[in-house]
Design a protein around this ligand. Structure first.
Ligand code: COS
Length: 381
């Protein structure tokens, strides 16, 4: 159920204050240390941020999608590494259980994920299966009352902190495509699981991705999510939702960068006047604002549609496509408005420029979003 308007405004204001007072001042340090401090993670737990999307009966805040994107507009106003701490619990790590879990699975796992006592991680991508998600090779072979899992997952966010994985694995090797895949809840402490090194990345230092290697890891049948062969559907529905969440984060980052660019343009003088007075600067600011506003409207509209129970695969892909490309253009213009300073680390703008690049890649590249949009159009949905 939706929050009353006063509670909703309070929540947004609290998140805004947390972001401005606690996260923004340490953005550079988080990037340098490649670590979000434990004290910040503790505050996120206290604020209930790990449980934004988990229903209240399992200890979460049970936000509607509209409320969640409003919170993400705020969380996006700082380095995306902070959002990444809670991102997998709110989105791709937990939502398979919320949408497809049995009552017993929900009762066992969701309360821990809601409080942040346990971190969830989503294990779909493999060395040979990125955009082509239906080609996963990690195998889960039925053996008595267990499945025996073997293979490697790649670029798995929060894997080293995870207490559980939502794993997509092939249970039917005779079916090469989507039909042979099943989804599982896999406790991270299962013998036979090893976590690879933290990958060095272009941006978002403080957020970590790893390989997850399964060697004869036994997963009880009771931890399968949904029916055998339904895993691809689980992954796609989790991603539909995740794409909307990421789009909202893109809007938040864009709004932050626009604010930074406006402030800088008001201060910086060239040719005897503030650069904000130059129409070429104003043009760039206006383009940024127009695009960010368009993305904000799309995201809100799609979130409301999802809350009404309508399918939003196509609209979520439109949002992800537009918002992630939009924030790339905004970050590029922010560097341009800052000029040389935009390229210098101390000003922080170049860090955002690097940070936002991943938005066009993960949870489906822009090209995958185009495919999803076009297929839906051509099917006449
Ligand atoms: N919701 C529910 N079911 C869906 C779905 C959705 N959004 N999208 C596809 N499906 C179903 C289809 O209906 C189809 O079911 P049937 O076989 O019963 O008809 C099945 O899944 C296979 O769908 P499709 O044929 O479209 O699969 P493709 O292999 O062509 O792949 C894309 C579709 C490209 C859209 C998919 O592979 C994809 O999203 N790739 C990107 C993966 C990604 O985001 N990776 C990032 C990793 S997580 S950070």
């Amino acid at each position: 159920m939706a929050l009353d308007i006063e509670t909703r405004n309070q929540l947004i204001e609290t998140v805004r204050r947390f972001v401005t007072e606690e996260c923004v001042p340490i953005e550079a340090k988080v990037s340098e240390d490649d670590k979000v401090p434990d004290s910040i993670i503790a505050q996120m737990r206290e604020l209930g941020l790990f449980g934004l999307s988990i229903p209240t009966e399992y200890g979460g805040l049970g936000l509607t999608m509209e409320e969640e994107v409003l919170v993400c507009f705020e969380l996006g106003q700082t380095s995306p590494a902070f959002r990444s701490v809670i991102g997998t619990n709110v989105g791709i790590g937990s939502q398979g259980i919320v949408m497809f879990g049995s009552e017993a699975q929900k009762n066992e796992w969701l309360p821990k994920l809601a409080t942040g006592e346990m971190v969830a991680s989503f294990a779909l991508t493999e060395p040979g299966a990125g955009s082509d998600a239906a080609s996963v090779k990690v195998s889960a072979v039925h053996d008595g009352k267990d499945y025996v899992v073997n293979g490697t997952k790649r670029f798995i966010t929060n894997a080293a902190r995870a207490g559980m994985f939502t794993l997509l694995a092939r249970t039917d090797p005779s079916k090469k495509g989507a039909g042979g895949i099943s989804a599982f809840i896999v406790p991270a402490k299962t013998p036979g699981i090893t976590i690879g090194k933290s990958e060095k990345k272009m941006g978002q230092q403080g957020a970590h991705i790893h390989d997850v290697i399964f060697e004869n890891a036994r997963v009880p049948e009771s931890l399968r999510l949904g029916k055998e062969g339904e895993g691809f559907k689980v992954a796609m529905q989790v991603l539909d939702r995740g794409r909307l969440h990421i789009s909202a984060v893109c809007v938040g980052v864009a709004e932050r960068l626009i604010r930074e660019a406006v402030n800088y343009a008001r201060e910086r003088e060239q040719f005897g006047q503030k650069i904000a007075e130059f129409q070429l600067i104003q043009g760039m600011l206006a383009d940024c604002k127009t695009e960010a506003y368009a993305a904000r409207c799309m995201v809100l509209e799609t979130a409301r549609k999802r809350d009404r129970g309508e399918p939003v695969s196509m609209e979520a892909a439109c949002c992800k496509y537009f918002a992630s490309e939009m924030v790339g253009r905004v970050a590029d213009k922010a560097v341009q408005i800052f000029g040389g300073a935009g390229y210098v680390a101390d000003y922080g703008i170049e860090r955002f420029y690097r940070d936002v690049r991943i938005f066009r890649l993960y949870e489906g590249t822009s090209q995958i979003q185009q495919i999803v949009i076009a297929r839906n159009l051509l099917r006449g949905d």
